[in-house]
Design a protein around this ligand. Sequence first.
Ligand code: CTP
Ligand code: CA
Length: 224
Amino acid sequence: CQQLASEPLLAGVRLLLTAGPTREALDPVRYISNHSSGKMGYAIARAAREAGAEVTLVSGPVALATPPGVTRVDVESAEQMHQAVMSRVHECDLFIGCAAVADYRPARVAEQKIKKTGDNDQMVLTLVKNPDIIAAVGALPDKPYTVGFAAETVDVEQYALDKLARKRLDMIAANDVSRAGQGFNADDNALTVFWHGGQAPLPLADKLTLARHLIALIARHYRP
Ligand code: CTP
Ligand code: CA
């Protein structure tokens, strides 16, 4: 049946989205984290809402306002983000993992502030792997249409295609973060999007423009 011209691209689609960094506590005053402003994820939340989606944004700590009409769930650590996603994923049609999740967390969190010891110039931390949130979503038997991101500094296409397959994603947006002025904390970004049997470049643009193009591309491939 023909789509009405006025029908928004993602009308009624329930989107669950992760954005921002996670923080992995070392002690009450310190943490390990990733570079991530959350701007790309928040722009996607805004663009998806504009396109008619019902948007739930699971967000790590960022200094950004919640886009209008978006439901926001705040988390800090990867484990909290994992839990927030897995408890909501059964009520979504589309999942987008835009968060810069910390791959490892300290094996133990000190109850009190860790003190410098007088004569030791080195400190060794033991880290343990965090759950891979998007891979857990991709492994569900009734998984939503799943879109990931890949921030790479070399061999962008090869790593992105590997993640598309290994995490059982439907689509992945690859980001070459070695280029100045794009990705991470920048206002602009460029992406190459891969899916099974195709790819498309989304050239350098401000993150909201880019997010709107990405949402249009997802809407073209999305099947409930
Ligand atoms: N991701 C996730 N949970 C993790 C790590 C990553 O959900 N614990 C998601 C990211 O949100 C992104 C995708 O997986 O959508 C790829 O993240 P990336 O860090 O590029 O991939 P990794 O598998 O962690 O591989 P590496 O960091 O070694 O390149
Ligand atoms: Ca990673």
